[in-house]
Write a protein that binds this ligand. Structure first.
Ligand code: DOR
Ligand code: ZN
Length: 361
C-alpha cells in the first residue's frame, strides 16, 4: 500500500483504548463522535467530577454512554482512590469493569483526588492481578518532583519498572507515551506491560503545544526526535503498542479565553481519531521520519485495532469494517450542541482527511 497515493482504504473498526467522554451536556455532544472517528471499542477514562470510584456509578455511566452511542463497546474504568479496596476490585471484576486508572495527585485535569503514595495501593494491585483488571497509568510525576532536565514522563519510568517487578502478572498500560525513553521502558518490560499512543502526539511537538491552546495537553508533546520515535513505534508492528487517542474535550471558550499558558489540558480528536492517525503517518513520511513502505495494511490494522483488542482480551473479529476514501473532506472547526452552549474545537481543523464510513462485512 502507498498510503500517500491511496484513494481508498479498508480497515477493521479502530479500538480507541483511551477516551474522555465527560458527563452531562458535554457527554451528549462528545459520545456520538466516537463512531465518526471510526471507533467501535472505547476504553473510557473515569476522571469525572466527582471521579468514578464505585461500581454502581461506573455501570450507570456505561448505560448513559450506550444510550448515546449504541454501536460502541464501552470498556469502563474506576479512578484509583482509597475507596477502591480489594473488595471493590472483586465487585468490579464481576461487573465487567476493564481497568483502574491511576492519576498522580494534581498532575492533570480532575486529578485532585489522585494518588500521592502508590505503595498504599499494593493490596488493591494484588487484587487487580488476581482478578485480571488492567492498571492504567498516567505516567507523569508532579513538576516539583522531576529532576532538572528530565521530563515529567521520564521521571515516572522507574515507577513503571518497580510496579511491573512487584506485580509481574498485573497487566499495566503506560498511557499516552510521549518520549523515546517511555517506548524503551515499555519494551524492556514483559508482555503484561503495554502502552497507548495518541494521534496528536504523532503530529505535535512542544513548539505547537507551548503556544496554541488547542495543542496543549498532558503529557505535553515533546521534541521532534520523540515524535519520530513514536511514529517508528506505530509502524514497528510491536503488539505492545496500540491506539488510545486521549481525546480530551474542553469548552472552546475555556481554551480561547484562558491566559497564555493557562488553557485546560486536552486535545480533542474524537470525531476524526482514525483519520488523524493516518494524516500523522502521511506527514511522518513527508518529513522522512518513516518510509512509505513502513505503512502496511498489517501495521495499520495492528496499531489501530488488533493490538489493543488483544491486550484487553477482546474478540478481534468484527461484523463491520471501515471504508476510507479521499473526497477532499476537511476537518470542521468544532462540534457543538443546538443551543451552542457546548462547543468543542477539533484539533487540526481545516486539514484534509479521509472520509470514513462503516460498512457491514
Ligand atoms: O491533556 C489531558 N487532558 N491529559 C490528561 O491526562 C487528562 C485530559 C483531560 O481529562 O482533560
Ligand atoms: Zn487521558
Amino acid at each position: 500500500m502507498q498510503i500517500k497515493t491511496t484513494q481508498r482504504l479498508e480497515l477493521p473498526p479502530s479500538a480507541d483504548m483511551h477516551v474522555h467522554l465527560r458527563q452531562g451536556d458535554m457527554m451528549k455532544v462528545v459520545a456520538p463522535t466516537v463512531t465518526q472517528g471510526g471507533v467501535d471499542t472505547a476504553f473510557v477514562m473515569p476522571n469525572l467530577v466527582p471521579p468514578i470510584t464505585t461500581v454502581e456509578r461506573v455501570l450507570e455511566y456505561q448505560t448513559q454512554l450506550r444510550d448515546l452511542a449504541p454501536d460502541v463497546n464501552f470498556l469502563m474504568s474506576l479512578f484509583l482512590h482509597p475507596s477502591v479496596t480489594p473488595e471493590v476490585i472483586a465487585q468490579a471484576s464481576a461487573a465487567g469493569v476493564a481497568g483502574v486508572k491511576m492519576y498522580p495527585q494534581g498532575v492533570t485535569t480532575n486529578s485532585e483526588s489522585g494518588v500521592s503514595d502508590l505503595e498504599a495501593f499494593y493490596d488493591t494491585f494484588s487484587a487487580m492481578e488476581k482478578h485480571d483488571l488492567v492498571l492504567n497509568l498516567h505516567g507523569e510525576v508532579l513538576e516539583s518532583l522531576a529532576p532538572e532536565g528530565t521530563t515529567l514522563e521520564e521521571a515516572f519510568l522507574p515507577t513503571l519498572k518497580k510496579l511491573h517487578d512487584r506485580f509481574p502478572k498485573l497487566r499495566i498500560v503506560l498511557e499516552h507515551c510521549t518520549t523515546a525513553a517511555a517506548v524503551e521502558a515499555v519494551r524492556a518490560c514483559g508482555p503484561t506491560v503495554g502502552a497507548t499512543i495518541t494521534a496528536h502526539h504523532l503530529y505535535l511537538t512542544s513548539t505547537e503545544a507551548c503556544c496554541d491552546p488547542f495543542a496543549f495537553c498532558k503529557p505535553i508533546p515533546k521534541k521532534p526526535t520523540d515524535r519520530h520515535a513514536l511514529l517508528k513505534t506505530v509502524v514497528s508492528g510491536d503488539p505492545k503498542f496500540f491506539f488510545g487517542s486521549d481525546s480530551a474535550p474542553h469548552l472552546k471558550q475555556s481554551k480561547t479565553s484562558a491566559e497564555k499558558g493557562k488553557a485546560p489540558a486536552g486535545v480533542f480528536t474524537q470525531p476524526v481519531a482514525t483519520q488523524l492517525v493516518l494524516l500523522a503517518l502521511e506527514e511522518g513520511i513527508e518529513r522522512g521520519d518513516i518510509a512509505e513502505a513502513d505503512v502496511t495494511q498489517e501495521k495499520l490494522e495492528g496499531f489501530l485495532s488488533r493490538n489493543g483488542r488483544r491486550f484487553y482480551k477482546l474478540p478481534e473479529e468484527s461484523k463491520t469494517k471501515l471504508v476510507l476514501e479521499r473526497k477532499g473532506e476537511k476537518i470542521s472547526d468544532s462540534v457543538r450542541n443546538e443551543s451552542g452552549d457546548v462547543e468543542v474545537g477539533i484539533s487540526r481543523a481545516g486539514s484534509e482527511v479521509f472520509s470514513l464510513r462503516f460498512e457491514k462485512v
